[in-house]
Design a protein around this ligand. Structure first.
Ligand code: GLA
Length: 391
């Protein structure tokens, strides 16, 4: 494994000895249930075979020193510098450093032992692509500190601490889906999570379907505020709908018919955002039965409907994502195609008939390139296990 060799070599060069441990935490792709995790809905992600890897050992110092191969940078921080988001030399943490430092902050908040570590890390989850590179960094460092701290938390608990770090330390108001998938992933399975009760179950991937990820190579910035605005619109919609439906706590509690009756009470944009969420939760409620029956066609149809809704109602698509989806949906063997993750760029997820997946990937690449002039990255992925210590 190339990445593991690279971080191990760089670790030796930087710290003068071999790393004691290696941790791995995957990115994720979401098949259905987009922008519903922060509305108590159901999501259907799978951990993927791309991941963040950390080579690490306990440090003989008060502070932790982390080398980010992908940024050619290094940072040092300690429990004393954590509250001010600074490095040991008092300068602000680099942006990438907020993720591991945020994890340390969240663990300290639980009064867990968080020993100083020396670490070198790298990832093959493309950043800002909708595949949860941030969650994979968080869960990889959480696994590393769990190893050095000698404590052990259940995977869901670790996911919640990763989310806490991202919400309150990094400042992105994300839901639980990404950290959950990175922490709880199961080989060859998609994970059906009820984001209200946090109950979940692995479901086998349809036998005749492959998951193909297509990267538009257009990048978004999740912290840019559009994500937080969508979330705020959903919360405001709940507040307004409560006047007629006092029992509701979130958009999950609103049925499609009920929503139709009351929709006009909401301002136009807010109505569109809330409609996406209410209907997407309806779609994801059908997913379990369809997948268990191996009904890839109808499952794929829901994926296509999801994209239309993300494009027209939630307005988180972009021209390149729409081209990628349109081309995919026109190809033979494609059951469903849609943008995955927060949107505004990044990747699409495609459910494709197994025998067609290579031809599909080539035709999609050609079609996308001829319409946009951009060269996409397309790969057939397989669902992998969640965060783990490799050594
Ligand atoms: C990002 C967030 C998730 C989720 C998705 C959209 O990936 O981190 O919590 O809200 O967007 O479904």
């Amino acid at each position: 494994m190339q990445l593991i060799d690279r971080i191990s070599t760089l670790y030796r060069e930087t710290f003068g000895h071999s790393p004691m441990h290696i941790a791995r935490a995957p990115g994720r792709v979401n098949l259905l249930g987009e922008h519903v995790d922060y509305n108590d809905g159901f999501v259907l992600p799978a951990a993927i075979d791309r991941a963040t890897y950390v080579a690490f050992s306990p440090a003989d110092a008060r502070h932790s020193t982390l080398v980010a191969v992908d940024f050619h940078q290094q940072t040092s921080f300690s429990p004393e510098t954590i509250p001010t988001r600074t490095q040991t030399d008092s300068s602000p943490l680099p942006e990438w450093g907020l993720y591991p430092a945020g994890v340390m902050w969240a663990l300290m908040g639980e009064k867990l032992v968080v020993p100083p570590m020396n670490a070198v890390f790298a990832s093959d989850v493309p950043r800002g692509s909708g595949l949860s590179s941030s969650a994979s960094v968080e869960m990889a460092f959480l696994t590393a500190w769990q190893t050095l701290g000698g404590w052990s938390l259940p995977p869901m608990q670790r996911a919640l601490l990763g989310q806490k770090a991202e919400n309150h330390y990094v400042g992105v108001n994300c839901g639980i889906m990404d950290q959950f998938a990175s922490s709880c992933g199961v080989e060859n399975k998609v994970l059906l999570l009820d984001c209200r009760s946090l109950e979940w179950k692995p479901i086998p991937l349809p036998k005749d379907g492959s998951i193909v990820i297509a990267d538009t190579t257009v990048r978004r910035k999740l912290t840019s505020g559009e994500y937080n605005k969508r979330r705020a619109a959903c919360e405001e919609a709940v507040r307004l709908l409560k006047q007629d439906l006092p029992h509701i706590d979130s958009l999950r509690d609103v049925g499609v018919k009920e929503f139709d009756r009351l929709a006009k009470k909401l301002p136009t944009d807010m109505e569109k955002r809330a409609r996406h969420v209410v209907e997407e939760i309806g779609r994801s409620r059908q997913a379990e039965a369809l997948l268990e029956a191996g009904d890839v066609r109808n499952f794929g149809r829901l994926m296509n409907e999801c994209h239309t809704s993300l494009r027209d109602l939630y307005e988180v698509s972009c021209p390149e994502l729409d081209v990628m989806v349109n081309v995919a949906q026109s190809l033979e063997g494609c059951f469903g195609a849609r943008l995955t993750g927060a949107g505004f760029g990044g990747c699409t997820v495609n459910l494709v008939a197994k025998g067609n997946s290579d031809g599909f990937a080539q035709a999609l690449s050609r079609g996308y390139e001829s319409e946009t002039g951009l060269h996409p990255e397309i790969y057939i992925t397989h669902a992998s296990n969640g965060a783990q210590l490799l050594k």
